[in-house]
Design a binder for this molecule. Structure first.
Ligand SMILES: [Zn+2]
Length: 67
């Protein structure tokens, strides 16, 4: 998997991922992702993205939100 902008190799790292769920912002920390060393863009694989959506939905259901 390469960066779509720089076509450079991505390195495995952890990021703080921000999800915008109907205008309610959820920040999930320490998400495993593939990060571009050139532009800082990161890519989350499908399995992880699906888990994040579940986590975000749970948090929002409990009334936890930022902003
Ligand atoms: Zn890049």
């Amino acid at each position: 998997m390469d960066c779509v902008i720089y076509k450079s190799k991505l390195a495995k790292s952890r990021v703080n991922h921000i999800l915008d769920n109907m205008g309610r912002i959820v920040i999930i920390k320490n998400v495993p992702a593939n990060v571009c060393g050139q532009c800082g863009e990161y890519y989350i694989d499908n399995d992880t993205a699906m888990r994040l959506e579940e986590v975000a939905r749970e948090l929002l259901n409990k009334g936890t939100s930022i902003i």
